[in-house]
Each structure stands twice: as C-alpha cells, then as structure tokens.
Design a protein around this ligand. Structure first.
Ligand code: URA
Length: 208
C-alpha cells in the first residue's frame, strides 16, 4: 500500500489548530473541510491528463484535461461527511456514494448497515473519506464492500491515522493508495488515537 503522510505546511498548521482541546464546532468543521481539500489536491496529483483542442479567444489552442475515470467521493457515516465538502471543493462534479458501518456489540465486527452508491461505481475512482483511521475496522469493511461492487481504483483520505490501522489496511488492502495529514503515535485502551483529535464525529456535529 502506498502511504503518503502529507507534510505540507498548510496541512500541518491546520491540523495543529484542530488538536486544541477548546476548539469550537464551527472551527473544527471548517478545518476538517480545509484539510480534506488539501489532501484531495495531493491525492489527485497522479491523475492523467490529455491535450485537447478548444476554441480560445484568439483561435484554436491546446489545453490539458483530466483523462480517464471520473470520481466518486465515499464518506463513511457519520464523521466522513465532515470531509466531503472539502473533496467536492476541488472536484465539484464528483458523485457521492455513502456507506454506513456499525460495530456489532457482541462480535465487535464492523457491519455495513447503509449503502447508497453511484450506479456505475466500477467505472469510477473512489476517494474514501473518514477523519480517523483507528483500528481500521470500518475502513476495511468499506473497502471490502466497494470492491464487491466492482470498484478497482480506490484512494483513502484520512485526517489522522494510527499505525495499528495502517498496518491492518496494508494487510487487507495493499492495492489502495492511502493519504493522511498525520500518522500519530498509537491507540489508547478505548480505541482513541493519541495524540489524535478526540471524537472527530462529535466535534464535527457538535454532539458533545
Ligand atoms: N474515532 C475518533 O473519532 N477518534 C479516535 O481517536 C478514534 C476513532
């Protein structure tokens, strides 16, 4: 799996602001979206382009256009919604495919409970977004689901990742490209990433 920790100063600065304990919901939400947009810029850097001829103001000219598959953004409910607008800022025509995963209380296994995917998902590049990659359980389950629906080109964008989650993803889905603003230290006993951001879903939705 290609793992890219994006060290761009804008990303690092914004992520640092997000780690402040007293950050407001408004600010956290704005920054999640801004960092997602910057990660999207990085994750699309290898998209192929082709030269096409257009009518310019002074006659025909050659310009570059993105070639190949179109994109679908895949937010994982619920926190992934906090990164969706950031991706769409740079790829406004992308279709959105939503996936919901819950953890079974008894088996502790992630179980998909909702999916509404674009119909031709096998013809699209999926940009899967979720702010936190902790154990990797819901991400792995989402990637299993997308591949079962025919998706062959997948990029994962997260704000913060735990090494444990990256390892699990590498073992199960070595073919995906992975982008994060930070690989943090570890998971604590409650499954929170340290130093992390706390509960990203609660911070985005203001539910705590
Ligand atoms: N989900 C979160 O929101 N935060 C963590 O640290 C881990 C999982």
């Amino acid at each position: 799996m290609k793992v890219t920790e994006v060290k761009h100063p804008l990303i690092q600065h914004k992520l640092g602001l997000m780690r402040e304990a007293e950050i407001s919901t408004k600010r956290f939400r704005e920054l999640a979206s801004e960092v997602a947009a910057l990660l999207t810029y990085e994750a699309t850097a290898d998209f192929e382009t082709e030269e096409v001829t257009i009518d310019g103001w002074n006659g025909p000219i050659q310009v570059n256009k993105i070639k190949g598959k179109k994109v679908t953004v895949v937010p994982i409910l619920r926190a992934g919604l906090g990164m969706m607008d950031g991706v769409l800022e740079h790829i406004p025509s992308a279709k959105v495919s939503v996936v919901g995963i819950y953890r079974d209380e008894e088996t502790l296994e992630p179980v998909p409970y909702f999916e509404k995917l674009v119909s031709n998902i096998d013809e699209r590049i999926a940009l899967v977004v979720d702010p936190m990659l902790a154990t990797g359980g819901s991400m792995i389950s989402t990637l299993d689901l997308l591949k079962a629906r025919g998706c062959t080109q997948i990029k994962v964008l997260v704000l913060v990742a735990a090494p444990e989650g990256i390892k699990a993803l590498e073992e199960t889905h070595p073919d995906v490209d992975f982008y994060t603003a930070s690989v943090d230290d570890c998971l604590n006993e409650q499954g929170y990433i340290l130093p992390g951001l706390g509960d990203a879903g609660d911070k985005i939705f203001g539910t705590k």
